[in-house]
Ligand binder design. Structure first.
Ligand code: COA
Length: 266
């Protein structure tokens, strides 16, 4: 689906997207490219990255790839250096890589808990920390992908709750620390989003999906395009004075919150 924004808002800019090979990160990268940005996609699986970059190029955009795990700091550093060498200073940075599985605390080993903390929270730190040197200053916009789990406990999601609470506060802290250099830092908090790995894991059956929809005030899942347009807005000059914000795009789900008992029905 095309963007609701008509002008090319990001001509000449460079975007770096972790988790850019699939899902929400991929759609955000596509959106940035449609609007004129050169994009570097980072993810763990080269074949997914190749397919995502090929789709962007087919549509007339510019994309390169780098396969790395956000838990691996030197690998992230190298990828950011590569993006900087190829495309110049990084204007847009999205920390979109995430991991999740539904399990109660007693069904989760210490390593299982740590795996999600390491991908979601430490991975976001690694991405932002390693990127600082390569960000355009002033002017860069960095975006973390959070979840409503950051502010409301969700059974069977203790690892994600802990990680995303950290992601929100990390990002808002960076808004303070890096604001004087002209770097804006914001979070996007998606709700249940169609056609994503997260929802395939958390709402795997039509019945669970219906339960989720019944608890969303707008009575539907969100789309990756809606999140991509929000990211585009946050990277654009229209958001030049917005930093330290957490933008919730969840159809109102987090207002009522009786959903995401979904995990218990697994
Ligand atoms: N229930 C309980 N524990 C689980 C689990 C589940 N469904 N899935 C994985 N784990 C545990 C593993 O048993 C392992 O712990 P152990 O060493 O004590 O046995 C630990 O988590 C790490 O698993 P592993 O598969 O080695 O880790 P990984 O680093 O390859 O994968 C995950 C990380 C587990 C988050 C994996 O689901 C992943 O890669 N996800 C990425 C995609 C994704 O989740 N997308 C949705 C984003 S919202």
């Amino acid at each position: 689906m095309a963007s609701i924004f008509r002008d090319r808002l990001l001509a000449g800019k460079t975007a770096f997207v972790t988790g850019g090979g699939s899902g929400i990160g991929q759609r955000m990268a596509e959106r940035f490219a449609e609007h004129g940005a050169k994009v570097m996609l980072l993810g763990r699986k080269q074949e997914k990255l190749d397919a995502a970059a090929a789709a962007i190029r087919k549509a007339g955009g510019t994309a390169e790839t780098c396969s790395a795990d956000v838990r691996d700091y030197p690998a992230i550093e190298a990828a950011l250096k590569k993006a900087h060498e190829q495309f110049g200073a990084i204007d847009i940075l999205v920390a979109g890589a995430a991991g999740n599985f539904p399990a109660p605390v007693l069904g989760m080993s210490a390593n299982g808990f740590k795996a999600v903390i390491d991908i979601d929270l430490v991975g976001t730190f690694n991405t932002f920390r390693a990127a600082y040197e390569y960000l355009r200053k002033p002017g860069a916009s960095i975006i973390a992908i959070s979840a409503s789990h950051a502010t409301m406990p969700v059974a069977w999601q203790a690892h994600v709750c802990a990680a995303k609470a950290g992601v929100d506060l990390l990002t808002r802290t960076l808004a303070i620390e890096w604001g004087p250099q002209g770097v804006r830092a914001n979070c996007i908090t998606p709700g249940p989003t169609d056609d994503t790995e997260g929802m395939r894991r958390l709402a795997p059956t039509p019945e669970v999906r219906r339960q989720v929809e019944d608890h969303v005030p707008l009575r539907r899942f969100g789309t990756k395009d809606e999140l991509a347009d929000l990211a585009l807005f946050l990277c654009s000059d229209a958001a030049a004075y917005i930093t330290g914000a957490v933008y919730v795009c969840d159809g109102g789900q987090s207002l009522v919150r009786s959903s995401l008992r979904l995990a218990e029905s697994h």
